[in-house]
Design a protein around this ligand. Sequence first.
Ligand code: F6R
Length: 608
Amino acid sequence: MCGIIGYSGHRPAVPVCMEGLRRLEYRGYDSAGVAFPNRGGLTVIKEPGKLGMLEQALEKAGNVLGATSALAHTRWATHGVPNQVNAHPHTDASGKLAMVHNGIIENFAELKQELAHKGVTFQTETDTEVLVKLVGEYRKECATMREALSRALTRAEGAYAVVLVSADHPGRLWAARKQSPLVLGVGVGENFLASDVPAFLPYTREVVFIDDGEMVIIDADRWQILDVATLAPKEKEVKTITWDVQSAQKGGYKHFMLKEIFEQPKVIRDCLAGRIGQRTQSVKLPELEGLPLPGRLVIVACGTSYYAGLWGKYVIEKLARVPVDVAIASEFRYADPILSEGEQVLVVSQSGETADTLAGLRLAKEQGIPVIGLCNVVGSSVARESDHVLYTQAGPEISVASTKAMCSQMVMLLLLALSYAARKGVLDEEESGALVRGLQEMPGLLEESLPAMRESAKALARMYAEADSFLYLGRGACYPLALEGALKLKEISYIHAEGYAAGEMKHGPIALIDPRFPTFAIALADDLFGKVRSNLIEVKARGGKIIALTNPGVELEIDHPWFLPKVAGPLGAFTVLPAVQLFAYEIADYLGKDVDQPRNLAKSVTVE
Ligand code: F6R
């Protein structure tokens, strides 16, 4: 969603902010803008479309290198169409204050009416303009900007991360957060504010994660954190980011998505590091120490993370016999879910900032249910608010379409299943040891197989890129992967795709099958192979074309068998996942789509 960067320091602020916006592009946006103090006033430049448009406008404006403080924004439209007028920054009535905002001010209509009665006029359809104009009105009555901002924010309902600049205080920025991500980057003679760490990572690794209800004020050489409501100063810890800039760059790959698919062997290694006992091969999850086995585990997540959760249900129930329910976070939060003592909630989120997932987390906590957060971004809201955190160690995921994050979530869910199984004593050591060894061998196996997988994906993509629709089929633990395959295809290639449990197909979707409606099946040589094969014979009988991920040595008469290396039981998922990702990637690339930033999508969905 919207990306924010603010800078105060010794460098030319506008180029620093533009570079920051580039590194936040992955969040998804449809317009962009920048504001900076300039000769007693403020210059605001904004454009619809991609950052190139804003760069051209800046070039035209000239004279932008003098500013040593600035703020900038990429907008993902919520209130008001994506055009120049609605792009951020927005200014108050005096034109001396400019604000950028990520989130939604839910009571903006009431506030707007109240301001209109006072004679304030509005140029845009946005909630942000209302908020900055409210600050501007309070500024007339308050001695300081911080008071004016505090008063305005106390009245704002909804979610926000805001940054504000004033023509009267060049060099200073004010910011605050409620339910939308905001991080402070602490440099030497310079400070940064951003929605996400990669925005300023080339300059500093020292960060302070801003919490809900906090305001932060930066100048070039100091920063200060206050309580938004009381303005009382707060002590905060400065943390050091351990990953580097290279991890957030393409490294020779055409797209981040491709790079991240190929990083999966490393991701598995990193997830396993320090988690397997050398001698006993037992799983170590010290983060869960003190937490009893759950009577029932409720997994709450969105999108790809939800599909990882569905896969987790299969492995946890099968290996550990612990009952698991999986809920879509946006449904869970309003379903008045029944949670009982002894149960636990596991929220799964790459970004750790997904609004619905966070709402699910908070709901569980309100009911006194212990929450485990399975997330990737260190210091994210999920990480900070969960009672126990399992980090997935996938490194920054930049492509909007999630790939390596799901792989890491599946590793952690399998480890969780194995640790539950060991604690309950329901899995014999031999089977458990074989799975652990299989996981340890998976990175090597994938490193060997990924280049050939890509070639197969490329060849099939050329044959099938003209299809309007795809049916993805899988059974058992492969059903969530069919759902994920369909999601990847539709989100980056814009080809309609539906994931279905293979056995359910004859209850409806089979009516769609004809020679122009291809099926992508997952038919591994496992316990359910015979069943899936029967389903595919039914498709074939209706003239449907079939691609199937399978293993060598099986008998399957279909158009395009795609052979993956055979591995034991649930480990097959780690070979299927990159195959469905690569197929979607190659089709989207062949069709010339914007793979890393698909239309209408945002990386971190921080609004409901
Ligand atoms: C799909 C995708 C989304 C996310 C979903 C949840 O490729 O990326 O479906 O999985 O928005 O995001 P997180 O995991 O950050 O909570």
